[in-house]
Design a protein around this ligand. Structure first.
Ligand SMILES: C[S@@+](CC[C@H](N)C(=O)[O-])C[C@H]1O[C@@H](n2cnc3c(N)ncnc32)[C@H](O)[C@@H]1O
Length: 224
């Protein structure tokens, strides 16, 4: 069967870094949730003042972007043909079973992600998601098919994507709030000869881009 892989890149998903674990905004939240700061997911809507002390602050603390993207992918009629990976801002790789039904409620999603960081795997009997002991470079090597990087500045267009989708394909979409991919991530993309595809010069949301990709694929392979 043809492989259709989606990788959510530089995803804004991490636990509270130690360097800000004593910040009042973090301590307040930890007390309210009765959890240790290092077990809590970084969330800009609650920890904004603490995040301003971090490097790459414009890219941190937005697990909601990943939540939207995963719901779109897993809800799609294509989900049973999809392979889904999350690449985090700390270069960790999470595999998501395409049978997973995610909580729609954002707070419950965050709780699930906190469990995942703690236990490294979620699932009773069947694994629903897990941290894979690899990095982006190794993941792309093991996948071994055409890599596409979705980027507003890309040279290729939707037409190219349509043609490329006739073969095995791994499509990478940024899942962070602002700016470009991290330089380390771009280096890996170059190493794997990723082709950059643009859907126009407008800066679109990750959720729109993933939905557009799913629609193009669906139109192309009508019998799903
Ligand atoms: C940088 S993130 C920004 C996310 C946004 N703030 C949100 O809330 O979803 C958006 C990602 O979608 C993709 N993207 C955005 N605009 C695009 C475009 N015009 N063409 C192709 N891909 C695009 C890129 O992969 C980019 O990293």
């Amino acid at each position: 069967m043809r492989r259709f892989i989606i990788i959510l890149l530089d995803a804004s998903l991490e636990r509270i870094p130690q360097s800000i674990s004593e910040h009042p905004a973090i301590l307040r939240d930890a007390k309210r949730r009765r959890k240790k700061p290092e077990k809590i997911l970084l969330d800009d809507s609650i920890h904004h003042s603490a995040i301003s002390h971090l490097s790459l602050k414009e890219k941190r603390g937005r697990p909601d972007i990943l939540h939207f993207c995963l719901i779109s992918a897993l809800d799609s009629r294509l989900s049973k043909n999809l392979e889904i990976y999350v690449h985090t801002i700390n270069d960790e790789i999470i595999w998501i079973n395409n049978k997973t039904r995610l909580p729609r409620n954002y707070n419950r999603f965050k709780g699930l992600m906190e469990d995942l960081f703690e236990r490294k795997v979620i699932g009773n009997g069947e694994e629903l998601m897990k941290f894979v002991n690899t990095n982006l470079d190794e993941l792309l090597s093991s996948i071994g098919c055409q890599t596409i990087l979705m980027n507003e500045h890309g040279k290729e267009s939707e037409d190219f994507l349509r043609k490329a989708m006739k073969n095995n394909i791994a499509i990478c979409i940024g899942a962070f709030p602002h700016g470009n991919f991290r330089e380390e991530t771009l280096e890996v993309m170059r190493k794997h000869n990723a082709i950059e595809v643009s859907l126009g010069r407008q800066n679109l949301t990750s959720n729109y881009v993933i939905n557009r990709i799913l629609c193009i694929y669906e139109e192309l392979h009508e019998r799903i």
